[in-house]
Design a protein around this ligand. Structure first.
Ligand code: C5P
Length: 429
């Protein structure tokens, strides 16, 4: 896949959705099966093309009875595959030639018949042979009459396809070609395209960070009061983990300096344990010189007990206890002062009104390129959960406020903002 220009000069993305994540331009193999909805595939094709994707079409013989292959050939500007090599004495295609170089396979509309062949592994048409031979993500948009859709055999097929990792685009409920009203109508073309682009984003086939050395701090430090107690925070490490996975999938070399994160570790990523602010500072300093991009996502304690008591402090008779705290080193500010040509990104969890202003001021004070703001007062943002609501402040005056989305999607946006700042020398691809 080729990365695509994200926005035109008006700041509007090619999909018309302002500020949206756009997957790279992809090569899509579109399968069309027999059904009255086949004509809607022409719209799907057109939208995919408008979004910059290349589309090659394969059709089943039944599909050709609904829409001529010439229509798809004219719109796609490419030959349309209908016959397997040698099939019916026609000039045919070899399925491996058809699937080669494709990033995703879409089947829309998908008939009950074709889906059941896919579920059983039959390869009796060019389309089903392509499906079996294809190794990338597959999106299937079923369309059929309500009785067929509701038949237990179809339900079994759908269950099998889902289990095989196929992305299903559920059919709509509405007026069908036979006059009945019920589920089975092909999903709207725009919905199908959105599913395709979501599946493409999940493949992260864009290796635009190949050769970039990324250092990520994640989790929350714990500053010991004694051998069993600490001063800590609610950071789960999920945002840092999402950044690490996204950077890794984009081809980066990733090191995660982690504090108290209890999440599964990913092969291919290097992890350094740094449970306290002091250890995190040491680990980050050690890794920083050989990094190109620092994402300082960890919630590092600003204060720590001056001296941790040895052993477990006894509960005294006194009604209160005062623990003297001292400032920790601001790791991000320190590394910014030491930087060679590294790109630095900080995170600012702010609470309530004017948080954005404070986050921007933080960016300037710490002399970093970007600060990612989130508002701890808003439900769904910040600590613990799977989602986040962030505003990316910088570089320069840029400010991108994003709606609530998964931390992985947030990570992709943050990397999109950071990537152009990383010096070109690190790009090996
Ligand atoms: O100033 P504040 O602590 O809110 O800034 C948050 C940013 O600074 C985060 O990126 C955090 O990882 C980083 N930080 C740091 N060292 C500290 C405290 C915060 O690097 N001691």
């Amino acid at each position: 896949m080729r990365p695509r220009a994200r926005e035109d000069e008006r700041g509007i993305s090619p999909s018309g959705r302002e500020g949206d994540t756009l997957p790279a331009v992809a090569e899509i193999l579109m399968g069309v099966t027999g059904g009255i909805a086949a004509y809607k595939s022409l719209d799907v094709l057109r939208i995919l093309q408008r979004h910059g994707h290349g589309v090659s079409v394969v059709m089943t013989h039944t599909a050709e009875r609904f829409v001529g292959s010439a229509s798809f050939a004219a719109l796609s500007g490419r030959e349309v595959g209908t016959h397997l090599f040698g099939d019916a004495g026609q000039p045919g295609y070899h399925h491996l030639d058809v699937t080669g170089g494709k990033d995703l396979m879409l089947i829309a509309p998908a008939s009950a018949n074709t889906m059941s062949q896919m579920a059983t592994g039959a390869a009796n048409s060019l389309l089903t042979s392509c499906y079996l031979a294809f190794r990338g993500p597959v999106v299937v948009a079923p369309a059929m009459n309500t009785a067929m859709w509701l038949h237990p055999a179809t339900a079994r097929t759908i269950e099998t396809l889902r289990a095989d990792g196929v992305h299903l685009v559920d059919p709509d409920t509405g007026l069908l070609a036979d006059g009945a009203v019920g589920p089975g109508r092909l999903a709207e073309p725009a919905v199908i395209v959105a599913a395709v682009e979501a599946a493409l984003a999940g493949t992260a086939a864009v290796k635009d960070m190949a050769g970039v050395r990324v250092l990520i701090s994640a989790g929350g430090t714990r500053e010991p009061i004694d051998a069993v107690r600490y001063v800590g925070n609610h950071s789960s490490g999920r945002m840092g983990w999402a950044l690490a996975a996204a950077a890794y999938d984009r081809g980066a070399e990733v090191v995660v300096v982690q504090a108290n994160v209890d999440l599964p570790r990913q092969p291919g990523i290097r992890y350094v344990n740094a449970p306290t602010a002091r250890e995190m500072r040491d680990a980050c300093r050690a890794e920083f010189t050989s990094s190109d991009l620092l994402l300082m996502c960890a919630a590092v304690a600003d204060y720590r007990p001056v001296a941790a008591a040895g052993g477990k402090m006894d509960k005294a008779e006194a009604e209160s206890l005062t623990v003297a705290l001292e400032r920790t080193t601001d790791i991000l500010a320190e590394l910014a002062a030491l930087r060679d040509d590294q790109v630095l990104i900080g995170f600012a969890v702010e609470h309530g009104p004017d948080g954005l202003g404070r986050a921007r001021a933080k960016r300037d004070r710490k002399a970093v390129d970007i600060v990612v703001h989130n508002d701890a007062a808003v439900a769904g943002a910040a600590f613990g959960g799977p989602d986040n609501i962030i505003t990316i402040i910088g570089p320069g005056e840029a400010e991108i406020a994003l709606p609530r989305m998964s931390k992985r999607a947030c990570a992709e946006h943050i990397l999109d903002a950071a990537r152009p700042l990383v010096p070109a020398r690190t790009v090996s691809a």
